[in-house]
Design a protein around this ligand. Sequence first.
Ligand SMILES: *[C@@H]1O[C@H](CO)[C@@H](O)[C@H](O)[C@H]1NC(C)=O
Ligand SMILES: *[C@@H]1O[C@H](CO)[C@@H](O)[C@H](O)[C@H]1NC(C)=O
Ligand SMILES: *[C@@H]1O[C@H](CO)[C@@H](O)[C@H](O)[C@H]1NC(C)=O
Ligand SMILES: *[C@@H]1O[C@H](CO)[C@@H](O)[C@H](O)[C@H]1NC(C)=O
Ligand SMILES: [Zn+2]
Length: 958
Amino acid sequence: MGRGYYISKQLAMAMALLAVLATSTILALSVAYSKEKSKGQSTDTSTSSALPAPPPPSDPWDKYRLPDALSPQYYNMTLWPRLMMDAQGVYRFTGSSGVAFICMKETDLILIHSRKLNLTLFNGHHAKLSGMHGVVAPAIKKSWFQVETQYLVVQLKGMLKPGKSYWLYVEFQGELADDLEGFYRSEYEEDGVKKLIAITQMQPTYARKAFPCFDEPAMKAIFHIALIHEPGTVALSNSREMGTKNLTINGTKVIKTRFHPTKNMSTYLVAFVVSDFTYISKPNDKKIMVRVWARKKAIDEGQGGYALSITQPILEFFEKYYSTKYPLNKSDQIALPDFNAGAMENWGLITYRETALLYDPKTSANGNQQGVLIVVSHELAHMWFGNLVTLKWWNDLWLNEGFASYVEYLGADYAEPTWHIKDQIVLYDIYQAFAVDSLVSSHPLSCKEEEVNKPEEISQMFNTISYSKGAAVLRMLSEFLTEPVFAKGLGTYLKHFAFGNSEYSDLWDHLQNATDETPELKLPHSVHDIMNRWILQMGFPLVTIDTQTGNVSQKHFLLDPNSVVERPSEFNYEWFIPIKWMKGGLEQDRLWLLRKAVVHKSMKVSRDEWVLANLNVSGYYRVNYDLENWEKLLNQLNSNHQKIPVINRAQILDDAFNLATASILNITLALRTTKYLSSEREYIPWEAAFRCLSSLYLVFDRNEVYGALQAYLRKQVTPLFNHFASITVNWTIVPLGHSDQFTQIIALSLACRTGLQECLDLTQTWFRQWMQHPENNMIHPNLRSTVYCNAIAAGGAQEWDFGWRMFKKATVAAEATKLRSSLACTREPWLLNRYLEYVLDPERIRKQDATSTIGYIAGNVIGQPLAWDFVRARWEYLFKVYGAGSFSFSNLINSLTARFHTPFELSQLKQFQVDKSEVGFGSGTQALEQAIERTTAKIKWLAENQEHVLQWLVSESV
Ligand SMILES: *[C@@H]1O[C@H](CO)[C@@H](O)[C@H](O)[C@H]1NC(C)=O
Ligand SMILES: *[C@@H]1O[C@H](CO)[C@@H](O)[C@H](O)[C@H]1NC(C)=O
Ligand SMILES: *[C@@H]1O[C@H](CO)[C@@H](O)[C@H](O)[C@H]1NC(C)=O
Ligand SMILES: *[C@@H]1O[C@H](CO)[C@@H](O)[C@H](O)[C@H]1NC(C)=O
Ligand SMILES: [Zn+2]
């Protein structure tokens, strides 16, 4: 899926950034806020193997995996969604579908997935079976639903014969619910009129809820699809329309749209949409028809223009990169008002949240624009990797999503070459992955096929590890193979498996061959041997370099020094580590650390030289040095920071703070890495610093350290604030550079947060002007989140109610999101409590936005205890209404608990875990365990470090 972010990218990463800036919901020391792409689920699937095994199921229909006796060839189906309630007050769809399959092994049993569908009976059976090409089919003995494993079971009186083809036909009716799964309905309002659309989300296991099918990714088939819909609506599917017909069925006038047959593809990529949307397209699209669809109003306002303008270049980029033509003849992308994931890569008909596809230059920030770019690039990357070649089973999901999460940056960079967007992978994937992967509750990227069976286990694969760690290790692989070799192996892999399925080791084979054909490339081990250490064991190494002795060693990095690793690893938590490094400001030849420790003479340095390892954070590891080298790096930062590459300036900060959290480095040394910031002007280091500092706020914003922290940071950010005031002619224009615009937001956000009076005056004045002229919002879109949040925090009910009215009026989704998050910034408890009540009213806050809104409120220091009480009191309800199939519960738990650092809070957390164990925690199960782990570690850390932090801050802020 697309970043839905997360899940595939549910929110665009940059939008998550904005939300974070706006509400000061920043990461706890170890919590990644989940970018939209990583749906943020992180339940550990492999622990299931540690549970006592249930007795082996005896019947084939009790197993979650399909037997291999039957192989589908094609489906013929017609679906008819009703966008009006029937007499019982239910929205329904009806359909008929036939599937042609070949019998591979003799059997008298047909298992086909079907869930929540009412099947018409034919002679008392749920299906009709016939033979094809003159074959006689056995009669049906018995048919029933196996609810737990989600099958329609058809038992036959005789045997199906190997090599013969059969036709299974069903007619059915289902509910067009608003549950965001399978074939569902979405409601939205346009010009005061309520409108409905019928859309699909099949990944991972919901196709079976739209039509009976062999719902596994390796069961590829061709789909002949037809849709029946009302006049005035348009139907879309994976392939181009073949034609439409006017029909009258039972006196009702309808349109039937038929589509060209699809390519051979997986069920989870099937899609159809019925809406009254409209589109824009480019006249000159060569042979590929490229269209962007959305609500009429959004299209009329030009909000689809940006997505359309980047689609063609990104497709061209991937055609070259993959050495493979775009496999289809059309590419539709559609923006949906209600969509759980950020986006979904249905082949030829990609579905997006509005915020992930639409961009309105008048009201959207450049972060929104970047979000669109990244998500579109991610989904288009899947058109080859994932769709043309599909992983055999969901246990390899990490390769599919990690891959798209890596190459999305390459496609995006091609479309916007001046944005330096490739560097941002460090912020938005690698550091996210580190945060989760440094806990003992992490898990390996790859798990065994047998460990992933049930739909819940499959859903749990969509997590930060799969997306972001996957992206990080693939980037590292591409980096040490070099991009041409990586792309070459990729090209032969795609060619070999086109329209079929593969496993991750198949990709390694192809990359190995590409490597072997490049003699100048010398790897110390095979691609398999190197990569197995990164994908089969959890975590990542800390590389420690002693520049006094030249000793280089590695150790599994754990954020909590007291945690105990229980998960065994066949590689003993050692890795084969490529080290790109610098000495005295010059890049050196790459070294490989292949053992626990080794002496590299070249790393022993003379008195004034420093060593810097992991250049551009191209490797998935952290680095520590001897104290002398740290001092030299600090000196370099303070005297001339430009000598250190920009990504590594961020790395020094981030590594130092994390090493301090893990009690490996003194916290005062970590704090000292922030001193040079008064002369830093680049985005990536500031963003890294902003996150490290925000994690300090999370532990210190309710105690005595707070005042000193404010004073020190105000001092550090003031030069940046003044810099932007001057280059923007007193905030009348925005800087030209794309990333400078991000830095400007940080400057404003941090200056206001630390109470810099000029900043507070500025934001309040702007907001007041807007309140006086609501139709004329002069606040620059980039700065809106920050301005809204600070003004609402400084104001009272009047400001809040104005914000709420503007939220309800907003026609651009990105603008609505900014307001929705800013409303959580108020410091009035009664307003926060009222807002919490609004969350549970879908007329006020969309269902898809409920849990994130609670998260915003929890990000506010005053809102946090209110949100925590609110969620605990209504857990059953929340879980029932928002929990099933939702990927956002881990984000919710993370935001509720991010501030926890006292023994009392820890006991509350444990009590919560016990109290609600009957109800369960769904996708938040793992997040809850991580929260307990994190809180425990923080209590201990604070006891040891709080006093030093206070003293240092006091001494530096005078
Ligand atoms: C279907 O009917 C509409 C008017 O009701 C008409 O405009 C359209 O051309 C018809 N389409 C076909 C394929 O006959
Ligand atoms: C037409 O109406 C009859 C009676 O209401 C109903 O039984 C039948 O299913 C309807 N046909 C379709 C295709 O909806
Ligand atoms: C790799 O090369 C070897 C030797 O040429 C060949 O036998 C093998 O089939 C190739 N593998 C792949 C995956 O192309
Ligand atoms: C960290 O450094 C400070 C100041 O240099 C010192 O007072 C403190 O004892 C050190 N803390 C630890 C845990 O070594
Ligand atoms: Zn994806």
